[in-house]
Structure formats: structure tokens, C-alpha cells
Design a protein around this ligand. Sequence first.
Ligand code: 13P
Ligand code: SF4
Length: 406
Amino acid sequence: MTTFGTATAISTATAFSEPSGTATALLLLGRGSDASSERGVECPGDLPAPSDPTLVDRARAAKQKLGDRLFVLGHHYQRDEVIQFADVTGDSFKLAREAAARPDAEFIVFCGVHFMAESADILTSDAQRVILPDLAAGCSMADMAAISQVEAAWDVLEEVGAAGMTVPVTYMNSTAAIKGFVGRHDGLVCTSSNAKRALTWAFERGQRVLFLPDQHLGRNTAVREMGFDLEDCVLYDPHKPGGGLTAQQLREAKMILWRGHCSVHGRFTLDCVNDVRNRVPGVNVLVHPECRHEVVTAADQVGSTEYIISTIDAAPAGSAWAVGTELNLVRRLANAHPDKEIMFLDRTVCYCSTMNRIDLPHLVWALEELVAGRVVNQITVDPDTAHYARLALDQMLALPQTVSVD
Ligand code: 13P
Ligand code: SF4
């Protein structure tokens, strides 16, 4: 079995002790550290007060001083107070491409989550530094697939004779170690905007796919877009011996879906869809493919965050849209389109708590430290992991490009 190194946050000083083997044990955000996972760690610095009225001016001044040495990337789920400082905004695919296309920027400040910053580090040169303003900005979905679990699952596939024709595909929302595993086994990375093309590539090379770590994106893409049956998909539970599946199930499956999900998109239910259709006649339901299969099936349109934005931009005035994705983005869309009726698909408010860890105090702190000549919260991936993860990322970047998954 191969063991990969993991990304480390160089400035993280505290070691947090957890019993071994408790990969999903609760670690409070911002308390303690766990550099081998996507979960939270302490901020090592002296943060400005969130109430400081000069924060916006301070961020502007720091950006100006850093000039072309700095490039700020912002994911669409970031807060307004942060996204205003992004040089480019995008979904995880666009941001990976943008990071790779900035060889002259000495510092890439990533306003997003940990796995995105890892990917940016892998796709940029050794001389460039990638900075995540708050190291507690992880991803609960990425944490649902630990490298030791995935290696154990591959051993199971080998034991039952199913590994040979299996191509591993990982969603971008996974640790660098998982991307490295996939690259080492001749697979590739995908995002929500190219999952169909990635799966097509994989099925040209094998008979089945091990899809990590988002069961919903895997199932939705295979069934809704590629014509597979639900019965072609099996769910591999890493907490059960053999994934909770028989050798025959593993050998006959087309899609072996990892039991992982997004805690934000997993909140949207069929009831939400039915409820909004009853309340708002003629409403269009537009959801992200990380939503459950029954939600995606009941929706009118499905796509990545970039797709959701372009669909709303192109929608006629007066049209009504219930959007199933993170609330910061939905609220911004509603504000940007007062001529359209845009609402959050769920009646209950839910932000992505880890995306929201990046706030103005952390951004100002990270930028001002750079101005002072100190690099804080640098994200680095060890060279061996980075090498194989890059193979899997480059394979994704080489796929023919379109934005839509619909
Ligand atoms: P995209 O950026 O690919 O739309 O994915 C959404 C997401 O959940 C990112 O964490
Ligand atoms: Fe992870 Fe979901 Fe948050 Fe994206 S929205 S960072 S997948 S928890």
C-alpha cells in the first residue's frame, strides 16, 4: 500500500492530538490543528477586530502596495466583504485554470477553501506562494475521503479482481493526497463543470469508475447525463468492511460511488422543490449537481456555480428562479438582478461555514503580513503528492472545455 504525504500549512505551530483512526472526530473550527485533514486550525496571527471601520481601506492599501506581485482568487461562495477584493472570481474549475495562468504572481491569495489552495499550489511554480487567509477554511466533503480509507478501498477492489478495469476519478473537492492517488492510478480530477467529460474519458479507458468523494455528483452525472441506470451505481461505505458491498456487486458495478456528500447542498430536499413550485407558479428550479439525485431530477436545470450565474444572467426580466446552492452566491445574484425574482431554494438559511471562515479581518491580516515581508498561512503540497496530483489535474485541464453540465 502506498502512503502519500499531505499538504501542510507552514505557519501552523500547534499540534492537536486526536486518537489515531478517528478521521471524523469533531474538531471545532479555529481550535487546535489537524494539518492532515481539511479541518480547522488556529489562526497564528494577531487579527484586526471585525468591527474595525478601516478594514476596507487597509485591504485596498495592502493590495495596492503589493501590486502585480499579488493575485487574489475568489470562489463564488465567498462573503461580499471578501469577494470585492478578488482579481478573479469563479467556480473551482475556473479558479484552478486562473491559478495555472498566473506564472508572474509571486503571491496567490486564495479566498476559497483548503483543497482549492492545494490545487493552486500544485498548478503553480515552486517560486510562487499560495496563501489561505484562514486555515480553518476546510471542506467537510473532502474530509469524508481520507487517503488511508481510499487505499484500503483499492485493496478491496484488487482482492475481488475489480481494480484492473477501474479508473479512479476524484472531484476537485478532495485532498491533494486523494488527487495524488488518482494520478498514480491513471485517473483524473473533475469539477462540477466537466464531470460528464471526465467520466466519458474514464469509460474510454476502463469498464468502471471509482468516484470520489461526492456520491451525488457521481450519481447525477452518470444517470442524468450519461444514460446509466441507478442500478449501475453502488455506494461504497468506507466505514464498513469491504465498503458494505459484495465482491459481485463491486465487479458488476459501472460506478462505485464513495459515500461522501456536501453538507450544504445535501440540505435541499424534494420537499423544498415541491414547496417552491406550490408557492411560486412558473418558478424555474436551478440547482448544483452536488444536490441529492431526487432534487436534481425534479429541478429544471442543473449546473456548476459558473453555469448558475450565466443562466441567471441570460434569463428574461420577470422570470422567477429558486436556486439550490450556497447562500452568499444566491443573495448576490438576487441583488444583481432586481428585475428577476431570485430566491434560495430552502426556506432555512444555510451558508457554507468553512467558506465563510475567510472574512475581512483574516484577509487584511494575510495581506498586511505580505506587505511586511512575512508569508503567513502558506499552503504547500509535498513534491511526491504534487507530482501525481498534477498528472490528474493536467488530465482534467486537457479535457475539451465548455462551462455547462446541462
Ligand atoms: P463548483 O465551484 O465546482 O461549482 O463547486 C461548488 C463547491 O461546492 C465548491 O466547494
Ligand atoms: Fe465543501 Fe460543500 Fe462547502 Fe463546497 S459548499 S466547500 S463542497 S462543504
